[in-house]
Each structure stands twice: as C-alpha cells, then as structure tokens.
Write a protein that binds this ligand. Structure first.
Ligand code: F6P
Ligand code: MG
Length: 477
C-alpha cells in the first residue's frame, strides 16, 4: 500500500529536503574524508602500512566522486556487492521506483539513506578499513562532552529506582515515568547530522544546563500522548519492550536510563535495543557504540577532562555495572537487523515483500554480551515485534520520517492514519514515537495549531526545539 500523499523530495526549493541535499550532506562527506585523511596520514610510511595507506587514498577518491555526483545532481547508480549483502535490494528498488532519477529527483528519504549506504560501500570494499567507523570519533567526543549531564542523571536514576523498588505508590511512579520519558525524548536533540559544529557549551545547553535535569519544556511538546502511553504502562507486568535506538552518546544514555527504570519497577522484564548494522546518519547507535557507552560509564569517564569532582561518578559506575549485568543475563538484548539501514520506510515492515539479507559485515561489529543474531527478513522482524513486544519505541526524527513514509501529510492528519499498515487491523504494532522535530514533516496537530506555531517560531518544524510524543496501540480485545 502507498500513502495518499506525495513523498518529500529534494527538487522542491525552500524545503528542508532541498537544503539537506544541497548543503548538509556534502559537509557530512567532507568530514568523513577529513577523518580518513587524519587517520592515515599519521601512519608510518613503511611497507607494513603501504596497503592501508593505498586503500585510504582510494576511499578518499571514491568519497570525492560521491560528493561530486550529489552536488551536480547526477543519476543514482547501482550499488556493488559488498559485505552488507543487500545490494540487490537497493538496486531493485532503484530500478523499479527511481529509474533515471537523480539525487534531487528521487525521494528525499531514498537519496539520503542511499548516501549513507554509499559511504559505507567505500569502506566495505577494502581490506583494512571495512570495519572502520568513520563517525566514531564524533560520537565519542560528544558523549565525553556530556559527562556532567550524564553523571547527574545517573545519580537521579539510582534514586528513582530505589524509590521504585520500595513499592512506592502509583502517583510517584507516574511522576517518575513522566520525567524519564521526557528525558528520553529531549535526548533526541543531540543529533550530530544536524549539529555539525557543536562545541561544548552547545552540548551543555542542549542537555538542559549544568544539572542535566529536564527543564519544564512541556509547552514545546506540540502533540503529547504521554498520558495515553502511561495508561498502557501501568498495566504492564514483566513485559518485553523494544527500543529502536537513534543517536549514540547522550541520547542512548537517557534511553538506557529509562529502560533501566522500566526494568527496576518490574513493568518490563526484557528490553530489546535495535541498533544500526553500519554507521548511519552520523550519530546513530551501532552495537559497538552501545558497548562503548556502557564501558565508559563503568570506567567513570576515565578520559573525560571537564569533571573536577570525581565523587560524582560513583553512581555512574554502579549504573554501568548494572547495565552490563542486564546484558549478560539477557534482560537486555542488542540487535542490528539490516532492515533499519535498508531504504524501506516502515510501511514496508509487515509486508516483508523483499527479503533484507542478514548483515554479514565483520563479526566484531555485532558481537559482545547481549548481541544476538539478526532476523533474515523484514517479515520475520515484524512477526517477532508483533508477537512479543508490548511497545516498540521509535526514537528520533529519521524513525518518525520512516514511520510516516516521509510524505507531505497535512499537519492535522491523525498519527494512526499516517502510520498506514502499522495501525491497521492485522498488521498493527504498539507504536510509540519520541521525536524532536528536525524536518518539515509532522502529523497529529489540532486545527489551527500549525498557524499558531508559525507565529510563535517560524522555524518550529526544523530547529529541534519542538517535539512530539505520539502513540498508537492496538485496541484491547
Ligand atoms: O537529515 C534528515 C534528518 O531526518 C534530519 O531532519 C535530522 O537532522 C537527521 O536526519 C536525523 O535526526 P535523528 O537523529 O533525530 O533521526
Ligand atoms: Mg540519528
């Protein structure tokens, strides 16, 4: 099934899609080039490194070509076979839906995903760089810059969990739920593909200042289904939930905090975290990123430079140790299905028409405690979610775009309409979307609300200051 609205597309000048392909994406490629250059140029110029250096030069050349094709709006070209094993899926979608289409004239969603897939291809076709995460440095630096907010939140979480295990009344749990769900929501502000020139002060202000506690930003949540979600959560006992993670570092830290509380309270007994199989949209979380984050907490930010009072970090270490236990004991599970880095919107998830192959990229990328094998098709992934998950929480802007098929919906379209199959009988999923708005796409507003927001802040849809919490749960039989 196809949505009744046209897709967002790069040819429309003045749209965020146009701005992204024209201005944002070339910068992202340039930064990857710069990173490869800095990495290889410090290597000794000897026989042992000759191949690595030769391949690095080849990658830089391929990335330059990619950027040139994009900036001059050339037709999209087929992918080669590499170690993701999914090139035929991409190529058949390109042939079927986008024949003769260019970077700007294919749909924005396809072109943007295709760019990240092409960047990966440049590395994947080499021997020495195939497992190199060219975004890792940015992800790690930003998390280190978040240390104050992280340390404060760790202590707060432990306090809330202690309260929870003391069998506190439901009102207190409700309050804690509201606080942590909103922390998880606002964590989505720290997206590195939008904030290409972040400095430390920016990171701190994004995370709510010194203490890291969420200020009352509820008037910035323009669609807020949090109470409807709580009505579900309060009935849960030992359920499984799934979190389709977005950005690594601070955002995934607050997601883990939220998941930690949901397990500590007994509402959930299992949380499946869905990571990306390849570096994606700059800051998205891979399985190695997840492990790195847990380890960094356990190590009390050993390498951080701005913390003066190391006493603050005991809570963080405790939390990190408990997370490691969750992973070892299978209460938390990590997965990286190739579907999440495929060109598909989530309307395609249940149909499973085109098989999405298992990611065969280097075993190191998907191992470690808690990591499990991938499902082999979107249909299998969907069936698992439908049968076993009490809520699938989709974090962030890109997931929201994929949920809504990245179309020009009217602002007042109901969320469940825009979800298409995921809200229809037989193919319904319990969907929760937590997203700060970073592109010109939104549904679920009241009549007149969009006009009011235009007056309040002309850039409200794209500047990441406004957010939505939208849910769609199947009716209980
Ligand atoms: O570039 C498209 C986009 O969806 C932006 O609007 C946003 O900056 C970015 O990708 C990803 O945001 P997020 O990390 O919240 O998915
Ligand atoms: Mg992201």
């Amino acid at each position: 099934s196809c949505p009744p609205r046209p897709a967002l597309i790069g040819t429309k000048k003045g749209t965020f899609a146009y701005f992204t392909i024209k201005d944002r994406l070339p910068v992202i490629i340039t930064r990857v080039v710069d990173h490869v250059y800095r990495t290889y140029s410090v290597l000794p110029n000897d026989v042992a490194h000759a191949d690595t250096i030769r391949e690095a030069k080849g990658i830089i050349e391929a990335l330059g070509k990619l950027r040139y094709e994009m900036q001059t709006d050339k037709p999209l070209t087929p992918l080669l076979q590499d170690n993701m094993g999914d090139h035929l899926v991409w190529n058949s979608i390109m042939e079927t839906y986008f024949p003769q289409k260019t970077w700007f004239s294919a749909t924005w969603l396809f072109s943007e995903c295709y760019m990240y897939r092409r960047i990966y291809q440049c590395f994947s076709l080499t021997t020495h760089w195939r497992d190199f995460d060219y975004f890792a440095e940015q992800k790690k630096d930003t998390f280190h810059a978040s240390d104050r907010a992280v340390a404060a939140l760790a202590d707060r979480t432990l306090a809330l969990c202690q309260e929870a295990t003391m069998q506190l009344d439901e009102t207190s749990r409700h309050t804690a739920f509201m606080e942590l769900a909103q922390a998880s929501l606002w964590g989505n502000k720290t997206d590195l593909s939008l904030l290409v020139n972040l400095d430390l002060a920016d990171v701190h202000s994004l995370q709510g200042g010194e203490g890291g506690h969420a200020q009352d930003r509820s008037s910035f949540i323009v669609v807020n289904h949090l109470e409807a979600w709580w009505a579900q959560v309060r009935t849960w006992s030992g359920v499984r939930i799934d979190i389709v993670l977005d950005n690594s570092g601070f955002e995934s830290f607050v997601d883990l905090v939220f998941a930690h509380w949901l397990v500590a309270t007994g509402y959930c007994s299992k949380v499946v975290f869905h990571c990306k199989a390849i570096p994606w949209f700059v800051s998205d979380t891979t399985i190695p990123d997840f492990h790195w984050l847990v380890q960094t907490c356990r190590d009390r930010f050993q390498h951080a430079t701005h913390l003066t009072n190391s006493e603050h970090l005991g809570g963080l270490e405790t939390l990190g140790d408990q997370w490691q236990d969750h992973l070892m004991l299978g209460r938390w599970e990590l997965r990286a299905d190739a579907f999440w880095t495929s060109p598909y919107a989530f309307w395609h998830l249940p149909r499973g028409t085109a098989p999405v192959p298992v990611n065969t990229a280097g075993s190191a990328a998907n191992s470690g405690p808690g990591a499990s094998s991938h499902t082999t098709s979107s249909a299998a992934l969907f069936a698992d979610l439908q049968q076993n998950s009490a809520a699938v929480i989709f974090k962030g802007d890109l997931n929201y775009r994929k949920l809504l098929y990245d179309c020009e919906w009217d602002l007042t379209t109901p969320f469940s309409t825009a979800l298409g199959p995921l809200a229809q009988v037989g193919t319904q999923l319990p969907v929760v979307s937590l997203r700060t708005s970073k592109c010109d796409l939104m549904v679920g507003l009241q009549p007149g609300q969009g006009e009011e927001l235009d007056k309040r802040d002309p850039k409200w849809m794209v500047n990441g200051k406004f957010a939505v919490i939208e849910v769609s749960f199947p009716d209980k039989a």
